[in-house]
Design a protein around this ligand. Sequence first.
Ligand SMILES: Nc1ncnc2c1ncn2[C@@H]1O[C@H](COP(=O)(O)OP(=O)(O)OP(=O)(O)O)[C@@H](O)[C@H]1O
Length: 767
Amino acid sequence: MTTLMDTVARPPVYAGVNARSVVPGRQRWEAGLVLRRPRLARILESALIRSEGISRAQVNPVTGGVLVFHDATVNSTEVAHLVRSTVALIAENVAKLLAGTDPVTDGSACPSSAGAPAVSRSTLSGIAVAGGTAAVLAVGARNLLNKSMLAFGGVVTATALIIRRAWRRAGEHVDDGAHQRASHPLLRIVGRHRGRLALASVLSAVCQISEMALSLFIGWIAVVLIKGESAMLTGMGLVGAANQLWFLAGVTALVCLAVACLSYASGIEWRTLGQAIQHDWRNETYAHVQHLELGHLEGERTTRIAGALTDDVNQLGTFFAVSANEVVQVVTSFLVLVPVFLTLAPQIAWIAFLPVPIVAWLSFHYHDRVAADYSVSNEDRTKLHSRLVNSLEASATVKSFCAEDYEAERIRDLSETYRRSNHRTDQSAVQHTETVRVCTTASMAGMMLLGGRAVLNGTLRFEVFSPLIGLPQQVLWRLTRLGSTVDQYQRTLAAFDRVERLRGLPLEPDGNGKRLDPREVSGDIVLDQVTFAYPGRPPALENLSLRIAPGRVTGIVGATGSGKTTVAKLIMRFQDAGSGRVLIDGQDIRHLPRKDVRRAVGFVAQDPFLFDGTIEENICYGTFEASHDRAVEAARMAEAHGFIEAMPMRYDTLIGERGAALSGGQRQRIALARAILKNSPVVILDEATSAVDNETEAAIQRTLKVFAADRTLVVIAHRLSTIRQADWIYVLDKGGVVAEEGTHAELLGHDGLYASLWRLQAGEKVA
Ligand SMILES: Nc1ncnc2c1ncn2[C@@H]1O[C@H](COP(=O)(O)OP(=O)(O)OP(=O)(O)O)[C@@H](O)[C@H]1O
């Protein structure tokens, strides 16, 4: 496939494109180049779509957003490179691409955009330094106060604009272009706990104000010690240094106590909020995952789903438990400090707050730069985790192939990749924190110098300056943590994106209101011209028609991969047929509620899953209200009672994860007992006794005869002895077509596929 990329030998890197979020299979970018340029947006979109591995691309000229979906043939880094390079190529050829274009969609519809790629970005940069520039210009002004106020105005404007823009963009990038929602992601994360958020915020704010008051009192103590007495306190009737000291010490102690109480209360409130958010998101997401279509569940890695439900959901709560508290404290500090400085020391206000827009800009710029790195690092962690779990689960297989070193090597490689991607994010984080520290320290020095000079030349009273010295320091110091707050914010948005993606997967569609009462099901099952293919695979079943007669035993045999299990999955409605119909008692199962269908059909899978728990809990799974006696009766019918009784704890024996403490045959018999206990009118046994010995299987078949007397039994098996007694047998061939059908005797008489299989299994010589 020829793509726009093929024409570029070494694509230049275009700076005006920033990653907004990267999750497996999907990336979101922001390209200033296409902003208000619908034609360029269309060109970029089609260039991306034509690229190898890209399944979908959307470019929005209104927001500048680029949304790319890709398959597993390309990894996140390659897609990131593709997006950057494609934007770079288009940026280089803007004039050519816009020339001779149709007047409806090209630049003529938006003349301001011509020749101004990434206008918004350069505007942002301009704004970011506006405070500093204003401050520098202001130094030349005649009136000292005007000069200071002008500089301060620049600082405030720059801060407000930077924060406003960052907030808006954060809200944009988590949404799909097609599903823009009004509220910010953080508000959506908080959900119904906004009241608690407000309470925690108020407590934090009051706590912060009390803390600032504390340093005010400490500053006054310094004034009393240096000057002998504070004029302000004397004016309030407190005469004498000793009295003033006692008063200030007493008030300081009281405020300390208040700070401790408020800090405790707000800490508890934030943590409770974090826990409540985690609890809600975990439960709601898990409930959603439980109702996903099986195809989607199988398509997602289990460890990835588990990661979203644990790490990502925890991240959502942790942000509020820790970082949000800091944000509230910083904001409160500024809301208090700005008027205080403007009133008491306007001449040094600008230098005190100058680091704010710079640090804010640096933090949001950092956030832009490392967004993709964080997502890649998360992805690497998931892969490592998945591989670790896999190789631990497969330890017997690994040992049997003496592949311990091979597995260790694979883990080492993945760990190395994870280490490298983590190193990138760590490096950026440390760089950012240290840059912020330099800015804030420089501002402190500047404030000391300017404030000190103002005190010396008499334009500022020492009594005012002394308590104020500590305040900005206290707040600016917090700004050094803004890097990690932004870091947490970034992680939270990425986690939110992953959780939302999981919650965006479609649920199993249900019937159209008709009900199926399992007690009235006779078990007449028909597959009528059914064709079904797994995604990206050739059809597993093609125009398959067969009937499973009610109250009878139907056997299905066939070559491996011929679609026997797929037939069972269609009857269980784990999957829906691509074309054709599956009928139960004459009703198309697509029109019936899945739960009704699944209640009517019992299924024992080829590799049954047993839960970590006791034998009895596993037998009663799904029939939770069943008594011990019923569980024992089911176990007897499945020929499981004997070995269970021989165990030290009998039915209370713990069987470990996936029933690891049982043999394959024992696991199968417990799964069979579970299906028997369910007592559904239709039962499908998919190789349900393949792991038990012939003698036990014969015993099971004898009891199953009694069990099957009043129900429909479908037996899928490779071992023909398992199904020879069936009332009717279907022999499937490759591609899911019926090669032969009939009773055991009739099929032997045909001397076809079944007969040759029978002879093979019976040990006869095959010609
Ligand atoms: N989840 C899946 N995703 C993609 N393809 C699948 C999936 N499950 C089965 N297949 C494919 O569908 C075809 C039919 O599989 P199915 O499990 O129904 O065969 P089977 O007759 O039960 O095989 P066996 O006797 O080995 O159990 C096979 O080619 C298989 O590779």
